[in-house]
Design a protein around this ligand. Structure first.
Ligand code: SF4
Length: 366
């Protein structure tokens, strides 16, 4: 799908700093792109103090101006439904309690998420970290980044560092280069991962200059966050291609969202489109019990059935692992294919519902 430019010259449109400076932050600016509904207008006002909205012109260009149910629009434009969530909480994964120093989240012994900033190109209405995104209290001054680095230096168990936020690619090339060099200088840090939605929401950020920075600090991995096939634009594909050519493996972590990608054909089209772009569908997250997101949540049984349905209908590596994140780590939400044991055989159910008995004695056979 091509992106509407709204008459902006190409040279500005494809400049990521222009896109950041000209982000949409109020109803007046939004009205240049869509005709906001009464619900959207009232929600923007009512939610201004809780989780305000910010959208890049690029992403706004993907919205269907005449369809309030547009899956792009629903991800970023506030709705009054956000005010009606009886069970959602601010920090469902208890990340604050898992932080030894500011913005370092440690759930597993050998890896951490390091929330290096509090800013993103746009604010997703279902954001797990909406408590921190755009909130100055969670921004990271250089001194605070250095405190995080010092903690990693004195914790030799940490072999895998995920830079996230917010979004680490909102940093300038210079700051990212400095941060990656500091991490690379720590001998026990084997890999650095970047969690960034910018290939989706602002693909022009993935410049050749950025790729040269990343190439200097391998092994670097990147997971991005496409949720709908309409996000798979030529611009996004080109951004992923630049990363891949720089030797950065690109994976995708989506969130299962009601009315956006919980339809079988939509999820299949998303995953197959990602594979065509050489982006590996890695995880699909169950939406958390996060405040203001009840209208996005899908019953887990429906998610299990969706991914079960995909098995056998597309390439195996096009099917992401459906997971529930918990304060104790991720739990795969897989269909129970294993039915049990019958003597020396294990009984499994194949993807087309047939029963298969695999000889598999408990004791080794000569
Ligand atoms: S890009 Fe990621 S961190 Fe930023 S608002 Fe969206 S979901 Fe949250």
């Amino acid at each position: 799908m091509s992106v509407r430019h709204a008459g902006v010259p190409d040279v500005q449109w494809s400049d990521w700093t222009w896109q950041m400076r000209n982000r949409i932050r109020d109803v007046g600016a939004l009205a240049h792109w869509i005709d906001p509904t009464d619900d959207e207008r009232r929600a923007i006002e009512a939610l201004a103090d809780r989780f305000h909205f910010v959208i890049t012109p690029y992403y706004a260009g993907l919205m269907d101006p005449g369809d309030p149910e547009c899956p792009i629009r629903r991800q970023v434009v506030p709705r009054l439904a956000e005010l009606h969530d009886a069970y959602g909480v601010a920090d469902p994964l208890d990340e604050v309690a898992h932080s030894p120093v500011k913005n370092v989240i440690r759930v597993y012994p050998d890896r951490i998420a390091f929330c290096v900033n509090n800013e993103c190109a746009l604010y997703c209405r279902f954001c797990l970290r909406k408590r921190m995104v755009g909130d100055d209290e969670w921004s990271m001054k250089k001194r605070e980044l250095e405190e995080g680095l010092a903690w990693i230096r004195r914790t030799p168990q940490i072999r895998d560092v995920l830079l996230t936020g917010g979004d680490p690619l909102v940093f300038s090339d210079e700051r990212l280069d400095w941060l990656l060099a500091e991490l690379r200088a720590i001998r026990h840090v084997e890999i650095v991962r970047l969690g960034s939605r910018l290939p989706v929401t602002l693909p022009f950020r993935v410049t050749d200059a950025l790729c040269r920075v990343l190439e200097k600090h391998h092994p670097i991995w990147l997971n991005t966050h496409f949720n709908h096939p309409r996000e798979l634009t030529p611009e996004a594909a080109a951004a992923c291609d630049r990363l891949l050519r720089a030797g950065v493996p690109v994976g995708n972590q989506s969130v299962l969202l009601r009315g956006i990608n919980d339809d079988r054909q939509t999820m299949k089209a998303l995953c197959e489109g990602l594979v065509r772009m050489r982006v590996r569908p890695y995880y699909c997250y169950q939406a958390q019990l996060l405040e203001g997101t009840a209208h996005f949540r899908v019953p887990i049984e429906e998610g299990v059935a969706l991914f079960r349905w995909m098995r056998g209908r597309t390439s195996g590596f096009a099917i992401p692992l459906y997971v529930l994140d918990t304060p104790h780590g991720k739990v795969p939400l897989t269909h129970a294919y294993v039915r049990g044991r019958e003597g020396d055989a294990v009984v499994v159910e194949t993807c087309d519902g047939r029963t298969w008995r695999e000889r598999n004695p408990r004791a080794a056979e000569d």
